[in-house]
Design a protein around this ligand. Structure first.
Ligand code: AMP
Length: 125
């Protein structure tokens, strides 16, 4: 079920548990601002999620309430991860789902990195 991106942050969400080390993950990168790990149900040959370390539900509250350092650190981490994965030359896709119409399912901001194949058109028509 898609979440309400305007709801308060839920410390019991699955990515909060991953950040606290309560649930295992396949980490590909970690720094002060972000953690990146393989999606448990990959939808492309490369499918990695990058999440901020802070308590943010979605891109909405992150860009409203996040500090400049958190936002810069997180966005830089997304680029670092994509480069570490060798994706810039062939190309890749970033996706952040937000709330109901975005079909966001986990209420902790995450950016999907998809790569390793031709992604095709942006949305089904
Ligand atoms: P979204 O629809 O944008 O909220 O995407 C949530 C993503 O989280 C989906 O692609 C899931 O496969 C992924 N996911 C859910 N639980 C886990 C987990 N424990 N470890 C890694 N990825 C997960």
């Amino acid at each position: 079920m898609p979440i309400d991106a305007t709801a308060p942050y839920d410390d019991n969400n699955i990515f909060a548990k991953i950040l606290r080390g309560e649930i295992p993950n396949k980490t590909v990168y970690e720094d002060e601002w972000a953690l990146a790990f393989h999606d448990i149900n990959p939808q492309a040959p490369t499918h990695v999620l990058v999440i901020p370390k802070g308590r943010y539900v979605s891109w909405d509250d992150f860009t409203r309430d996040g500090s400049d350092a958190e936002i810069a650190g997180f966005i830089k981490a997304v680029g670092i991860v994509a480069r570490d994965l060798g994706l810039p030359a062939p190309g890749y896709r970033l996706l952040a789902n937000i709330g109901g119409h975005g079909h966001q399912e986990v209420p902790h901001l995450h950016v999907h990195i998809f790569g390793g194949k031709q992604m095709g058109m942006m949305l089904p028509r």
